[in-house]
Design a protein around this ligand. Structure first.
Ligand code: DGJ
Length: 729
């Protein structure tokens, strides 16, 4: 059991394989204090961090200076309005309009395993892989109970935190902020690592030093968005890929979020993650519960690589579910960049015919098959087949594709409604809007009010009919605009602030239905590219479309940032046509293949129209996919070189868990003749094993490859991109 309570000293010790987390209960007030999180410790003797041995400072000894205590105490879950002026994790407004709240420990429970959070994606574990601490705190004055959950994993260095609020009083209480986790630590000259971007430029890595005051990332878009990402790492000064201490937090949540670090006057850091609080307000009636989503915490003393390894293993083992959790995904060809809205049965079948002979295994029909949708200005919400385009109907098309030996997949955008749609004409109130105010459109569409059961039900009925009507084996679930003009026709005024979170609960409910009622369907999430790429979505879909930018060179930075915290098996990546539709660049077809191989792998082009020599390359690429995908999907990933930093070449490596095999991918972005050499030092190999470079004479021990390295320009081949396959002898 990774959790022990030391009764006499009132300390909880939570251990993962390499980390410890210490919590202490102090003083007569029963404050819950944070003692330590970091490298694994033998015992729990750091209780002096709670400062209870500084008598003038402790309220029970010196109540006249209670505020001085509260404003410096490392509180495990700080509340608002009582004299701790740093950011609170929990804010309420009582019936009387008061904001103050004090949470004191009342009891705890430690048990094997972990519980599912109602309505929310939740990490899970098999027997013996995890144990949970439930710390119950109460504000007796408000009649509120707040449970802090800590699930400690035995096989990977992750602690999953979540929070549960129960109104035990007789009056409704407005919850204004319920963070999923809060952590007070000393500032060790931390650098903050975050992922930022824009449409078609998602998740670029950014690093900056923490300064005094607030800094962080947030979204009020109703989804994480292209811009910020629900992740932050705090790394000690000088941290590199391989060295230094790194704390990571990511949210298992796909809606509004905030992750902030505040450096206080005493140079301590308060670090928090949870649902964004400005657009949040939850009226908790007597007897009701509220559940905040999970925050996944990790700590590594082996640099960024250590954090990456933990998150990859954790997501693969404890987040992703379903048939495709541990198996190869079909190589797909998607018609979006091939045809956009201009397609019909004949066109799709011509693509499928050509593709099936090249090793491509599934045709995905993207946007434009329903209602009267011939551009992006209509029909969202009308999920009936447009038989003018698909003559003979959907089942006919799917049968024909199946006859070619290919699977068939389909695109939906379930959360949206076009003002020009039958659905909108029938149910205008199903769109999110503020009464009397024209809601802002984006891509000429509005957002459905998924906080309403009948809306979710109405969309499900249509989706289900389509999915039952033909042999559909894959669904791409898209979401192409953020939320605004927040208003639900059903919620009472005091509950309007619940809309963004209730909306997410509706989305999760529909995705859960899809994966449970159609367990054989492979679900791929997408949001205008990668605006909703998070661990919450991964609970439903083992892969997510990474970005609308399919340019191989632009993808390097996008995939580098994405792979910093998510396994390669989740990254939707396709080979597309050139000049690239997003940036106009032309890259070698091989390079496009090497970059897409680092993800789920597929195609996004009109295979009947690409140059013959590119088409001829496809069977080689699909063969590479089959040769390497198990390794790429299941192996340990390492970042070797970053083109974003060196401006010359990018390099990553995957090593099989048994260290018998490794694949190194290098992509050149700038030829620079005066650069003498490019020695890359490999990682993760067995020092004592001899590795042969496939197709070369080279045979080297793991230690030579890791501590000496290899000169990549000495290897044969076109250096616009190269795969180096190492096999142990
Ligand atoms: C945005 C997605 O990212 C694209 O791949 C495509 O599905 C379009 N939406 C369709 O509208």
């Amino acid at each position: 059991m990774g959790i022990v309570y030391f009764d006499q000293d009132r300390v909880f010790k939570l251990d993962t394989p390499h980390t410890s987390y210490l919590i202490g209960i102090v003083d007569e007030d029963n404050f819950v204090g944070h003692i330590y999180y970091g490298r694994r410790l033998t015992d729990y003797g750091l209780t002096n961090f709670l400062r209870t041995n500084e008598p003038p400072f402790v309220p029970s000894v010196n109540n006249r200076e209670r505020i001085s205590f509260l404003d410096a105490f490392p509180m495990e879950y700080p509340t608002h309005g009582i004299g701790d002026y740093r950011e609170s994790a929990f804010r309420v407004r009582s019936k009387g309009g008061h904001r103050a709240c004090v949470l004191s420990y009342v009891s705890h429970e430690i048990f094997a395993g972990k519980k599912k959070i109602p309505g929310l994606p939740t990490s899970f574990a098999k027997e013996g892989e995890c144990s949970t601490l439930r710390l119950t705190c109460q504000d007796k004055c408000l009649g509120l109970s707040v449970v802090l959950n800590y699930s400690v994993f035995e096989d990977v260095d992750v602690i999953a935190r979540s929070v549960e609020v129960h109104n035990m009083g007789t009056d409704g209480i407005m919850l204004q902020k319920v963070a999923s986790m809060s952590l007070d630590m000393d500032n060790r000259d931390f650098e903050m690592i975050t992922l930022h971007g824009a449409w078609a430029r998602e998740r670029h890595v950014e690093k900056r030093r923490l300064g005094t005051g607030f800094q962080g990332v947030a979204s009020r878009r109703g989804e994480p968005g292209h811009q910020d990402h629900p992740f932050m790492a705090l790394a000690t000064a000088g941290t590199t890929q391989e060295h230094g201490e790194v704390y990571g937090v990511q949210l298992m949540y796909s809606g509004n979020f905030e992750i902030r670090a505040e450096v206080s006057q005493y140079t301590s850091v308060r670090w928090q993650a949870g649902i964004e609080s400005e657009d949040f307000g939850w009226m908790l009636a007597p007897g009701e519960y509220f559940y905040a989503p999970e925050a996944l915490l990790t700590y590594s003393f082996a640099g960024i690589d250590g954090m990456t390894a933990c998150y990859h293993d954790f997501i693969r083992k404890h987040v992703i579910r379903g048939k495709y959790k541990n198996s190869k995904r079909p190589i797909l060809i998607n018609n979006w960049e091939a045809t956009y809205f201009d397609f019909n049965t004949e066109k799709l079948l011509s693509i499928a015919k050509e593709a099936s002979g090249l090793g491509i295994e599934m045709l995905v029909m993207d946007d434009g098959w329903f209602g009267k949708r011939n551009s992006d200005n209509s029909s969202l919400g009308d999920w009936q087949v447009n038989e003018e385009k698909l003559s003979g109907g959907l089942a006919h098309l799917v049968n024909e594709v199946n006859k070619l030996g290919m699977k068939f997949g389909i695109w939906f955008e379930p959360e949206m409604i076009s003002p020009d749609s039958e659905l909108y004409r029938k149910h205008p109130d199903w769109a999110i809007a503020v009464p009397g105010r024209e809601p802002s459109q984006a891509r000429e569409q509005l957002v459905l009010d998924f906080s309403r059961e009948e809306v979710v039900e109405g969309i499900w009925e249509q989706m289900e009919a389509i999915l039952r009507g033909a042999n559909i084996e894959y669904v791409k679930w898209d979401m192409n605009r953020p939320l605004c003009d927040l208003g639900s026709a059903l919620l009472t005024p005091e509950k309007q602030g619940e809309l963004p979170h209730r909306y997410m609960l509706g989305v999760y409910e529909l995705q859960e239905r899809l994966v449970t009622q159609f367990p054989d369907i492979l679900l791929e999430n997408c949001s205008g590219g990668g605006a909703r790429f998070d661990a919450g979505m991964m609970y439903y879909s083992p892969q997510i479309w990474c970005s609308d930018d399919t340019d191989a060179i632009e993808r390097l930075a996008i995939q580098e940032g994405t792979a910093m915290i998510y396994p390669l098996s989740t990254m939707g990546a396709h080979v597309s046509d050139c000049p690239n539709h997003a940036v106009g660049r032309t890259t070698p077809f091989e390079t496009r293949g090497y970059v897409a191989l680092a993800g789920t792998f597929g195609y996004e082009l009109d295979v009947t129209r690409i140059p013959e020599k590119d088409r001829e390359e496809i069977p080689r690429q699909t063969a590479l996919y089959h040769k390497y995908n198990d390794l790429i999907r299941e192996g340990d990933y390492y970042r070797i070189a970053s083109a974003s930093e060196n401006h010359a070449f990018d390099c990553w490596q995957v090593v099989s868990k048994d260290k018998k095999e490794s694949l190194v991918t290098c992509v050149q972005v700038l030829a620079s003749p005066s650069r003498r050499s490019r020695i890359i030092r490999l990682k993760g190999l067995d020092e004592t094993k001899r590795y042969r470079v496939e197709g070369e004479e080279t045979v080297l021990y793991g230690d030579s490859l890791m501590y000496g390295g290899i000169q990549i320009h000495n290897l044969k081949g076109d250096f616009a991109g190269k795969l180096i396959h190492l096999i142990s002898e």
